[in-house]
Design a protein around this ligand. Sequence first.
Ligand code: GLU
Length: 508
Amino acid sequence: MSKVRVRYAPSPTGPQHVGGIRTALYNYLFAKKLGGDVILRIEDTDQTRFVEGAEKYIIESVQWCGFDFDEGVHKGGDYGPYKQSERKDIYVTYLQQLIDNDKAYYAFDTPDELNVKRLEAEGEKKVFKYDSSTRNYLRNSIVFSKEETQNLLNQGIPYTVRFKMEPNQNILVDDMVRGTVSFNSSELDDKIIYKSDGMPTYHLANVVDDHLMKISHVIRGEEWLPSAPLHVALYQAFEWDSPKFAHLPLLLKPNGKGKLSKRDGDAGGFPVFPLEWKDPKTGDVSRGYREEGYYPEAFLNIIAMLGWNPGTEQEIFNLNELIQAFDIQKVGKSGAKFDPDKAKWFNQQYLWQKSNEKIASDVRIDLKKRGIDTPVNLISVAEHMKERVSFVKDIYSSAQYFFESPRDFDVKMIKKKWKNQSAQIVLEISQVFENVSEFTAANLEAAFKNYLENNGVGFGVAMIALRLSITGLGGGPSLFNIAEIIGKTETLKRLTESVQQIEILKEA
Ligand code: GLU
């Protein structure tokens, strides 16, 4: 078998959402498993949809995930240029070949004329198609003589070039996910392959480039399956071998009803883009997984599992493990539901694997962004908090008390659990703690238990009173550990100050 070469061929029309990055990843995994290369080609033939910054965004997203292409706009390579707008002359040569061989033709019909045809057809409850049944009655080089056509071209009359789709053919698309998919060419129309603006359309450019770049397998989203018979017909028209195809299942909304879109993310409160994106025209900002605090390895794992599974129970894979395990035959045919809760779960799994030191240094960065410089030992904070959160940033939001005296108290809990004697108990324990020789969790726990025994105070009442006073909350990691981490001065200060506030809240 010749060398495996695959490509990711995005159009720079905006940020790539999770589905696009998944396509890039599956291309990468497929190629690397088979010792092949993966190419990044920018398909920018539709200049009306070009968006500044989109190309950079694609490269940055993939690199953030931890992989990269072997060839492409940012890397160079032997098959460049890798941007279609820089390959115009190449397409013209191949276009001419199709025209000369009677596989394509010039069409001079204006948009207005075609619109009239469309309306006429609608009046008869039909759909107008530019195809073998109509082309002989339209304004094109099949109908016009050679001279007439040449005259129109010489006059600079705008034209498009259409592919001459032969009717009644059975076109077979060899798809690694779906098996052989067959199409009847009579259902297809004579697609424009070259536009009046002097640019090829996606179809021509895509096929010419895949051939010239020696692409062995085309792995792309399911939305391109309807174009595949045209592509196969183009390969046949050029007398080239067609690559093998794999059309990946759509990514669906969390409820499974329809394609995942940017709006679902906005409504459901989860990002659909790998990185934050600021629209250069409107200034609108779309959230990104990176900025939400996802680890790149977790994000990679999340997208890998959208539509593929190894057929075992294993869910956690790093990039190398994915390369080993990936099998395109195991990619599903039906759409893959995007599950935002599962995405969080993946991040949590990766967070749990991190060392306390690494989490501590990430917490330090997070706190700095919030303008907090704390003397507490963040490694100990990480040790006690990591199993309780999914993201580094949750450590601050769910355990602010490590870094600041509680500003908000859980009033519901106070109303329920703060008893008449609670204030006195807290103040007495504060005295006990003051006299503990070394302010460690173990010593504090022993002193606390001792106090309960000597004074006949119940564990539950005392514990919740202490916890509310120190943290403002009704739950969290071991209170004695929290006290040790925030230190003696801070603990004693909170015990006295909070009591007054809690008493007021209790009465309110
Ligand atoms: N340019 C197409 C896109 O934007 C690529 C389709 C293909 O991979 O053939 O998705």
